[in-house]
Write a protein that binds this ligand. Sequence first.
Ligand code: CTP
Ligand code: CA
Length: 230
Amino acid sequence: LRRPTAEPDLTGRKVVVSAGGTREFLDPVRYLGNRSSGRQGYALAKTAAARGATVTLVAANTALPDPAGVDVVRVVSTNDLRDAVFAAATDADAVVMAAAPADFRPADYVGTKIKKTDDTSAPTVTLVQNPDILAGLVRSRTGAGPVIVGFAAETGDSTGTVLDHGRAKLARKGCDLLVVNDVSGGKAFESAENAAVILAADGSVTEFPHGPKEALADAIWDLVVPRLFH
Ligand code: CTP
Ligand code: CA
């Protein structure tokens, strides 16, 4: 599934990739987080650089080596991620949101460690919604704006299949491409391999049955390239 030769088809292009999972701190030692390792985003950054792009990788809490020749910006929370992605996206040709931003954050941050009391009571954590970065990028896009790619980790449930949820999300987000991963039973997390279906706003569907995250990254760039603004 690897591309036989690396075409420099992103030469002169600027791309932004987000990776990893955000953390929303409750107090100085505790946070709400998620299982994203950042591997798919790192694979996207690495393959874009190999294809000639100038790459900014916005990395949220990842423990992976910096890809060679890539500008890495480190962030913690979804608000940080939004600021960094929007700053890098101003003159970008493509933005790929491979990160898993927390949808919610604690309404209040307590500056000192929350203590346990002797009784059996427990605190209630009130959450508020974080900004939707992908939807914000689509809303703020102008005519020559970047190609925008989202990811969706879905499980099938009583209301629809993985693909049903993917199609609905693509329509809701308004991005150009949506990479849909089936994460039933924890598939995809921490793994070097991935399976996905890539849905395009024009209705086309590209299946990526199973393979290394770098091969999926190349398949995604193959779909981004013809959609770039010339
Ligand atoms: N995303 C984002 N900002 C958020 C949440 C998600 O930019 N606050 C992006 C992700 O990086 C991903 C896409 O939106 O590219 C879809 O993320 P997902 O969590 O599947 O979508 P949600 O709209 O948050 O829906 P759900 O309720 O299924 O979590
Ligand atoms: Ca979400």
